[in-house]
Design a binder for this molecule. Structure first.
Ligand code: UDP
Length: 330
């Protein structure tokens, strides 16, 4: 297939790019490099540009006969979205509609969209399945839900078929060690702990120990980046084969919850083998953090035939640690 990957120089997009290229697809990456890195887009052709640039999109769609588009490019910091919602609605909603309209004009009918567990808001129950009400509590989640909603209408009116994949906590790195997670600033738990272990950061702060969980720290569902990407490939296959159509949504997670403390303990064991230690500090709760977010991903398993391969937390951490050591030049 001939696939356009928007945001293919970012963390998730670059792993998808590698997986799709290795499977024999032609891939073109469009990325404005605002948060992505040229070095991560190491397969296919990289076009540096922005989704707001309609003439550029038109040119790209004229030059390439794309069979499908995968869209990973988004602003994704919850705190920033609260302080600067305009940036989120413009980039995540308006620019995505721009892309969808170009797709419609060029009769490209298969679309895979990066959505998020943040579309659910404060959980009413866990594990969270697709029937859970979507009531986002921040502009980031709201911006993703707006696109999910628009996709339903684009399916009905224009026959644009899509799958929105709602990620829980994406983590880990390419098992071959070629690419991995790079955010600036980094805000995610696992890379932050690993940076504290490698010496690129002094310590890791636990954001609250007074949550209603067994050890008092928040519980999240950590899903390996490779598994996340394999779900995208299956979703695309289901659309292209005609097995699925319309605007569908699937939750992607392991269905296993690990507390912040459990993640720290697992990291300690892995990094100790390299003689590394961690300094842990205690902090206040981070605003907007629910106590427990765990996915029920049975629908993706049943309907897409998805089978996570790297569900084990230690494996996730080992892959992320190998990447961190490369960044820290250890
Ligand atoms: N967390 C933490 N210290 C940090 C960063 C994160 O204790 O320096 C906690 C955070 O409160 C949450 C969990 O780790 O409970 C996962 O946070 P992350 O930002 O990785 O992902 P999120 O669940 O917010 O998407």
């Amino acid at each position: 297939m001939n696939i356009l990957i928007i945001g293919g120089a970012g963390y998730i997009g670059s792993h998808m790019l590698k997986q799709l290229s290795k499977a024999g697809n032609q891939v073109v990456v469009l990325d404005n490099l605002s948060t992505g890195f040229r070095e991560l887009a190491c397969y296919g052709q990289l076009v540096v540009g922005d989704l707001a640039d309609t003439p550029l999109l038109e040119r790209l769609f004229c030059e390439h006969q794309f069979d499908a588009v995968m869209h990973f490019a988004a602003c994704s910091l919850v705190g920033e979205s609260v302080n600067d919602p305009g940036k989120y609605y413009r980039n995540n909603v308006s620019n995505t509609l721009n892309l969808l309209d170009v797709m419609v004009r060029h009769h490209v009918r298969h679309f895979i969209f990066s959505s998020t567990a943040a579309t659910f808001g404060e959980p009413e129950y866990t594990p969270i399945d697709e029937a859970h009400p979507q009531a986002p509590i921040n502009p980031y989640g709201a911006s993703k839900l707006m696109v999910e909603r628009a996709l339903q209408d684009y399916a009905t009116a224009y026959g644009l078929n899509s799958v929105s994949l709602r990620y829980f906590n994406a983590c880990g790195a390419d098992p071959e060690g070629e690419i991995g997670e790079c955010h600036d600033p980094e805000t995610h738990l696992i890379p932050l702990i690993l940076q504290a272990a490698s010496g690129r950061r002094e310590s890791i702060t636990v954001f609250g120990r007074d949550y209603p969980t067994e050890d008092g720290t928040c519980i999240r569902d950590y899903i390996h980046i490779e598994d996340l990407c394999s779900a995208h490939a299956l979703a695309l296959q289901a659309l292209v084969s005609g097995e699925k159509s319309g605007a569908l949504g699937f939750n992607l997670g392991n269905g296993l919850g690990y507390s912040v403390q459990a993640v720290i303990d697992a990291v300690k064991e892995v990094v100790l083998q390299d003689g590394c230690h961690l300094i842990i500090e205690e902090g206040q709760r981070r605003v907007g953090d629910p106590a427990k977010l765990v996915a029920d991903a049975s629908r993706a398993k049943q309907e897409l035939g998805w089978l996570p391969e790297y569900a084990d937390l230690t494996t996730i951490i080992q892959h992320a640690w190998a990447w961190e050591k490369k960044l820290a030049k250890m």
